[in-house]
Design a protein around this ligand. Structure first.
Ligand code: PGA
Length: 249
């Protein structure tokens, strides 16, 4: 059976001191949760976060990585570097990476391959822009983003793939896809995976929703049959609101 996951994407927020504070607040509040819980601090705080959460059931994950193993890529971080600080899951394809850092499907394909070769788990993000939805092109856009990056993978590789549907118009805007819009898209995505692979893969892949998930709307969004959790930005920066979302399952 697929897992429910709630992942906090801290983006470029929280220096070392703030990271320690937020982690200690989370540790105090996390008990047994129905969902797997992940947090993605910035690169410079991954080591400290991994150490602090060593005995806690919150997984520390990365927000990005480079596809090369090492070499002349100034400013970049590789899979093995992440693993050396205890990180074995990475978010790839976030819309901010696509928009501000020109990450294309071709680059993301290489990144996904590099992560999987390193036995890492990937939280792969995708989602349409507002104009795509207005022109009713959202299903095509999402299909292309998934197909171009993931559909060449072997069936076996899907054990390490988590999907995250994040409509760009809902990220950080306070606007959320309605529970119906989320379910409709998630069902479509599961159907795509099913027709390219099989029932086992499509029933076992977790599909998260991201985009202005808050304590007030989490329960309704997560109660959809094809929504298996959330990727949380703004609301993950506060322990109380993040834990309220985790406990919405
Ligand atoms: P948000 O961000 O919850 O602040 O909308 C979600 C994300 O970018 O993953």
């Amino acid at each position: 059976m697929r897992k429910n996951i709630v992942a906090g994407n801290w983006k470029m927020n929280n220096d070392l001191a703030a990271t320690k504070t937020l982690i200690s607040e989370l540790e105090n509040q996390v008990k047994t949760s129905e969902a797997e819980v992940m947090i993605a601090p910035t690169f410079t705080n991954l080591l400290e976060a991994s150490k602090l959460l060593k005995d806690c059931n919150i997984e520390v994950i990365a927000q990005n990585m480079h596809f090369a193993e090492n070499g002349a890529y100034t400013g970049e971080i590789s899979a093995s570097m992440l693993k050396s600080v205890g990180v074995t899951t990475v978010i790839l394809g976030h819309s901010e990476r696509r928009e501000y850092f020109n990450e294309t499907d071709e680059i993301l394909k290489q990144k996904v391959e590099a992560a999987l070769e390193n036995n890492m788990r990937v939280v792969f993000c995708f989602g349409e822009q507002l104009e795509d939805r207005k022109s009713e092109n959202h299903f095509n856009i999402v299909e292309g983003q998934i197909k171009n990056v993931l559909f060449h993978l072997e069936t076996e590789a899907w054990k390490n793939i988590v999907l995250a549907y994040e409509p760009v118009w809902a990220i950080g805007t306070g606007e959320t896809a309605s529970p119906e819009q989320a379910q409709e898209m998630h069902k479509f995505i599961r159907g795509l995976v099913n027709s390219n692979y099989n029932d086992i893969v499509s029933e076992n892949v977790s599909i998260l929703y991201g985009g202005s998930v808050k304590p007030a709307n989490a329960k309704e969004i997560f109660s959809n049959p094809d929504v298996d959790g959330g990727l949380i930005g703004g609301a993950a920066l506060n322990a109380e609101s993040f834990m309220a979302i985790v406990n919405a399952f």
